[in-house]
Design a binder for this molecule. Sequence first.
Ligand code: 5GP
Length: 251
Amino acid sequence: MKRRRVIYEGKAKILYEGTEPGTVIQYFKDDATAGNGAKKDTIEGKGVLNNRISEYLMTQLAGIGVPTHFVRRLNMREQLIKEVEIIPLEVVCRNIVAGSMAKRFGLPEGQALPRSIIEFYLKDDKLGDPMVAEEHITAFNWAQTQEIDDMMATTLRVNDFLTGLFGAVGITLVDFKVEYGRVWENDFSHVILADEISPDSCRLWDSATNEKLDKDRFRRDLGRVEEAYQEVARRLGILPEGAPGELKAVK
Ligand code: 5GP
């Protein structure tokens, strides 16, 4: 078997050269980090669940016309994706105050926002992913004005759709982070949804109890992290084969 070329290795994923031109293989690891790498551990089965959950959400989004990088799932831990030029921004959409917003503005977690808010952060581990304004984005050429408009419009559509999708299975979408990539056709480019959408990148609370079903269980040492990710997959009706069908409540 030919050894595959690693294009990039991140904290939770590895990108390998794709099997077809213009594609990349995205491999989901079980590794988890928080606090910009200060906290590290392995969450058994996380990669398998995130691969499946991200496949499901990206496929549903493609179904309503959101352009995404997802091509097809290859196996338990890998999916084929379109090769893109990653825009070095994290686009965060918030419906309820939590996490860094609660900290930055001294607000209580759980306070509903009067409208969804979009924020941009620069993807730069050394700088700790600082929040940036549109003025910075265009001044430093991280993205063009049209791309910012497209990312904002798409992120709001993703938010509306996923709020309904999760809401139907008793999960509140508190906030999430997405990334976008540029694809070129001759001299023109457009942006498509890239990276992953999973409990690693979303805050998901049980609608009845506000119990956390996402990476905050790891970040805040709440325990039962894998069980929470499994619960999300179970409610979406996509538990991978071999996973236990019945789960005890996540405490
Ligand atoms: P916060 O800014 O409150 O820490 O995060 C807002 C939302 O974006 C949360 O759903 C969080 O999971 C997600 N998020 C922010 N930064 C990152 C990151 O570097 N990696 C991942 N996977 N998610 C992030």
